[in-house]
Structures are given as C-alpha cells and as structure tokens.
Design a protein around this ligand. Structure first.
Ligand SMILES: Cc1cc2nc3c(=O)[nH]c(=O)nc-3n(C[C@H](O)[C@H](O)[C@H](O)COP(=O)(O)OP(=O)(O)OC[C@H]3O[C@@H](n4cnc5c(N)ncnc54)[C@H](O)[C@@H]3O)c2cc1C
Length: 337
C-alpha cells in the first residue's frame, strides 16, 4: 500500500472533475485497508472511501486521504438446489459481476445491468433500477469497522436499507468500509419484467419466453438510449432522489397540479423528480458547460469544462425552483464533496 501525495482525481470520477486529493492510496486487499487506516495520521483526515466515483461530485480539492478500493475476487460460498451464494470483493466492477452471474444463469441482479461503479458501493446507496434493489439479493455485507478496528458482517436486517440509503451511507459513513458483499442468487430465476418498457421491448424483439440474458440485453439497450454515457459526457446518473410524500400530500399536490407523476412506494408515494424538474423548464438547459440532460432531466451533465461548483450551483437553482413551484424539496442522490 503506497500513500501518494497531491493526486489528480480527474480519472477517478465520472464527472471528470479535475480536483486534487492531498493523499491517495489504492487498496487491493483487506490487509491494504488495515494498513491504510493504521498509516494515516490525524492530520491526513478526513478520509473518503472511493469506488468507481460514479456517484460523487467533487467541488474542490480534497484535503484528506482517499481510500480507493480495488480488491478483486469472486468466491462461491455455498450452493443448494435453488440458490448460489457468492462472496465478491468490494473492488470488483458491478456490471462485470452482473455479466458473470447472467452468463452462469444465476438470477437476481440482471435488472441492475449497466449501473456503473463497484460492488462495495452497491449496498451503500442500495442501488436500484427496473423494480429491483440490491437489498433483495444481499445475504451479508462484510465491513472493516475503522473506529472499532475490527471486521464484521452485517445481515440485511442490520443494514437499515431504504430508498437509495443504508446504514453505510448514514451512521456508518466513512467509518464502515465495505470489504465484500455476499449475494444470494437464484438458480431457477424468476423474471421481473413488469417494470418500465422491458416487457414491451422484449415483445418487439419477438422474445416471448425471455431468459435473464434477454432481460439484461434489453435493459442495456434501453439504458444506452436513455442515459448519457459518462465516457462521453460527464455525469453521475440521477442527481436527485425522487421525493417521498404521504397520500394526503399527494392528494393536495394533485389538486394543484393535475399532471403530477407519482408511484406507490411502501405506504407512501414517490414523486417523479424528472417531471417536477421538466415542469420548471430545466430540461435541456445549459449554462457554460453545466447542463440538464436534454432527454433525462434528472441527470446533470458536464459538457467538458464545468467545475463541481458550476454543477452544484445549477443543482441549487433547480432545488429552489421546484420548491417555489411545488413546495417539494429535492434531495441530491449524489455525494457532494
Ligand atoms: C450513467 C449512470 C447511471 C447510473 N444509474 C444508476 C441506477 O440505475 N441506479 C442506481 O442506484 N445508481 C445509479 N448510478 C449511480 C452509481 O452508479 C451508483 O451509486 C454506484 O453504486 C456507485 O458506485 P461507485 O463505486 O462509483 O461509488 P462511488 O461514487 O465511488 O462512491 C459512492 C458512495 O459510496 C461510498 N463507497 C464507495 N465504495 C465504498 C466501500 N467499499 N465501502 C464503503 N463506502 C463506499 C463512497 O464513500 C460514496 O459515499 C448511476 C450513475 C451513472 C454515472
């Protein structure tokens, strides 16, 4: 484990923000992680744990130490007639793992195809797409507890999973380093194709009895059409969460704004933040190199030379205008550093 000084983070975040980290270490094993935390001194704090940098907006140089998690490895823990249990190191690329499981015919995460980033970050914000969240397939999350200086495994019930949220993002932030994630996958997959356009797209392609590989390919095609590729235009996916409201709040919003788009979410409702932002006229907006994607208003983009502060300024203007028009507070999904 080498601690490097004054490293540019440009290639370590999907916004392509060219900020510097005071200290930076690439951690390839649990031993490296332990080494890192015993090496850094108090002056080198704060610490930021970084995976693929696809859910982070850097607005300035980072004055502390970056723990860049790169550990690799997939191990079959056990299997029975119905399930297989895989232990996956935190630094594995999420979509490579989805590809591997689909190739083996193990179902459960095919709907989460093409989400950028690492395995270690996936439980942090409980990644979700097309009606599936990672919490649905998590068997356990193994972490290094930096404050207590020991390793432990969290079962799903301990993880406090919610919509784009978990204990690792709240009380455990910067204290619990995810070292590996154990997934319980289905050897006789049950498809989940009733969300969005998946079923329609499959039928259009003449696929009446889809496999999980068909579902993955369909979702990848939809995502390629709808979302900007960070390799071409800097972005971090959805910048904002969909706001959660009660049935009474939704009723009152609907009477003032009859077209409002909402989905049932447990005992409450999720408002489509994209619709709120579009109604305020932001879709396709561009100021300098900071903009709102022309097809997906939830995605704030860097056309090239925008700074993190430019993107944050735009995000704050959007939050204010949505609040003024609908009385609804948008919350960033992206970690602003
Ligand atoms: C084009 C695009 C599309 C996207 N689509 C989706 C989507 O459909 N659904 C979705 O949920 N997200 C989506 N995202 C967001 C992003 O891909 C996910 O949040 C992903 O899990 C982030 O992984 P990462 O490794 O890049 O994390 P990073 O951005 O590096 O870090 C994100 C957070 O996790 C923490 N973290 C990272 N690794 C660890 C670790 N090992 N232990 C503890 N904490 C850690 C970081 O400190 C930070 O708080 C999208 C992003 C992009 C750019």
């Amino acid at each position: 484990m080498k601690l490097l000084e004054n490293i540019s983070l440009k290639s370590y975040n999907t916004y392509g923000m060219d900020v510097k980290a005071r200290w930076f270490a690439e951690l390839r094993s649990d031993e490296d992680i332990a080494d890192f935390y015993s090496t850094i001194s108090l002056e080198q704090l704060p610490v930021l744990i970084l995976g693929g940098g696809s859910n982070v907006l850097f607005t300035k140089d980072f004055p502390g130490s970056i723990a860049y998690i790169r550990s690799k490895g997939i191990v079959k823990l056990m299997e029975d007639d119905r399930h297989i249990y895989l232990k996956i190191a935190a630094g594995e690329v999420w979509d490579d793992v989805v590809n591997y499981t689909v190739d083996n015919g193990w179902g459960g995460i095919e709907n989460l195809s093409m989400i950028p980033g690492s395995i270690g970050a996936a439980p942090v914000q409980n990644i979700g797409a097309y009606g599936v969240e990672i919490k649905d397939v998590i068997w356990s999350v193994e972490v290094a507890d930096i404050a207590a200086r020991h390793y432990r495994a969290f079962r799903p019930a301990d993880c406090d999973f919610g919509y784009r949220s978990s204990i690792f993002k709240k009380q455990g932030k910067d204290r619990l380093v995810v070292t590996s994630v154990c997934l319980k996958l289905d050897k006789q997959p049950v498809l989940n194709i009733d969300y969005g356009d998946i079923r329609i797209e499959l039928e259009k392609s003449g696929i009446m009895q889809p496999t999980i590989a068909d579902v993955r390919n369909t979702i990848m095609a939809i995502r390629r059409r709808k979302l900007p590729d960070p390799a071409v235009i800097g972005n971090a996916g959805s910048f904002f969460k969909n706001p959660i409201v009660t049935a009474e709040e939704l009723e009152s919003l609907t009477s003032d704004h009859p077209g409002i788009v909402a989905f049932a979410h447990n005992d409450s409702f999720k408002l489509a933040a994209a619709w709120l932002i579009e109604q305020c006229g932001w879709k396709g907006f561009r100021e300098g190199d900071a903009g709102v994607h022309p097809h997906q208003p939830l995605v704030l983009v860097n056309y090239g030379a925008a700074t993190g502060k430019d993107i944050l300024h735009l995000a704050n203007r959007i939050i204010e205008s949505v609040n003024a028009r609908f009385g609804v507070s948008l919350e960033p999904e992206v970690l602003v550093v």
